[in-house]
Design a protein around this ligand. Structure first.
Ligand SMILES: NC(=O)c1ccc[n+]([C@@H]2O[C@H](COP(=O)([O-])OP(=O)(O)OC[C@H]3O[C@@H](n4cnc5c(N)ncnc54)[C@H](OP(=O)(O)O)[C@@H]3O)[C@@H](O)[C@H]2O)c1
Length: 329
């Protein structure tokens, strides 16, 4: 592939939103030791991709400019670098690229073998590509932080999932319902039927007074909250928690970190758990398997061609996706 060019989208500096995305032709990357070169079939966007552009992780991310954004990719192995043992050209895979180096909004990308998992024929590129960040985050929040066993064993738990219509939330509802749970979920009015169809037992519109107060219609107190929305203070959660209830906050800001510290220091039974997921290959394997078995599905908000990736980026900035936003080369 040496010298061959590919189409990609990049930006040169922090900030600028959609306007700073540039269509370019760059050399197809060469896989180094332990890397695979993928011909991409789908890329999915996550709010964190936008935050990197805004500079929330500066000066570490991006490692350098210009930067090709996006980390969640699915495609076919085109070439392998030295030392790659588990993949060969033609294998269908899904992979998580490093946020430091990005690379997802392109026709080809290099992924570490250690962040790449096989994709069975039953799982399409579009179905798998939402999984590396959103699916794995939901999986780790549900199974590890909330302690829900997906085989249905374990004590019954009342769970609240906020922003259940979004990328993470729609996976979290389905995963939580595989366990022994009662799930209450919040979303906007237009998505109430959709979130019920994912399996939620009760759904509340977050724009109503009951929704804003996170009150379960049947009066449940929550053992765990998988908090995928933002901007809800502890004082709103607290009266809705069971005696040892915990809020697993996926977007912990300074006030959440303060609450976390205070609850720990005062040995409070009710806890706030800040959760930043560093996706693990085993978790990605596990969610791909659940999709293959028909126990988990990816709901696609919209698909956009790479030639119009700005539309996908704008939709992600908008923050009103139902499921996952996907870009296809
Ligand atoms: N900690 C981690 O490792 C990690 C990993 C992945 C994601 N995250 C974070 O988790 C959050 C969710 O990510 P995502 O990919 O699911 O986002 P997303 O797909 O952009 O979420 C959009 C959805 O959220 C709904 N929503 C927004 N505010 C809401 C509220 N107050 N109550 C109920 N629903 C609300 C929207 O509904 P409407 O259109 O009706 O407003 C929309 O359907 C983001 O802040 C992201 O950065 C953290």
């Amino acid at each position: 592939m040496a010298g061959k060019l590919m189409h990609a989208i990049q930006y040169d500096c922090y900030g600028g939103g959609v306007a700073s995305l540039k269509h370019i032709e760059v050399p197809i990357p060469t896989p180094s030791k332990g890397e695979v070169l993928l011909k991409l079939e789908a890329t999915s966007l996550n709010p964190f991709d936008l935050k990197i552009q805004k500079g929330v992780a500066r000066p570490f991310m991006p490692r350098r400019f210009p930067y090709i954004p996006a980390s969640d990719v699915a495609g076919v192995v085109h070439d392998v670098g030295p030392g790659v043992k588990n993949f060969k050209p033609g294998d269908e895979v899904v992979a998580m690229l490093s946020h430091l180096t990005g690379g997802g909004l392109a026709e080809y990308a290099v992924a570490k073998e250690s962040s790449t998992v096989p994709r069975p024929p039953e799982v399409s590129a579009a179905e798998s590509v939402g999984l590396p960040v959103a699916g794995v985050t939901a999986y780790e929040a549900v199974t590890q932080s909330a302690g829900i066993k997906l085989d249905g064993s374990g004590p019954r738990k009342n769970v609240l999932i906020t922003a259940a219509s979004g990328g993470v939330g729609h996976y979290a509802v389905q995963l939580a319902k595989l366990g022994n749970t009662h799930v209450t979920a919040t979303c906007g009015a237009r998505n109430v039927g959709f979130v019920k169809s994912l399996g939620a037992d009760e759904v509340i519109d977050y724009k109503t007074p009951e929704g804003a107060a996170l009150k379960s219609p049947s009066g449940q107190k929550y053992d765990a909250v998988i908090h995928c929305a933002t901007g809800i203070p502890w004082s709103v959660f607290e009266p809705n928690l069971s005696e040892k209830g915990k809020v697993i906050d996926l977007t912990p800001g300074p006030s959440a970190m303060w609450t976390f510290a205070v609850k720990k220091l005062t040995l409070s039974k009710k806890q706030l758990v800040p959760l930043i997921v560093i996706p693990k290959k085993e978790s990605l394997d596990a969610v791909v398997k659940l999709v293959k078995e028909g126990k988990l599905k990816t709901v696609i908000d919209s698909k956009h061609p790479l030639s119009r990736a700005e539309e996908a980026w704008a939709k992600c900035i908008d923050g009103h996706a139902t499921g996952k936003i996907i870009v296809e080369p």
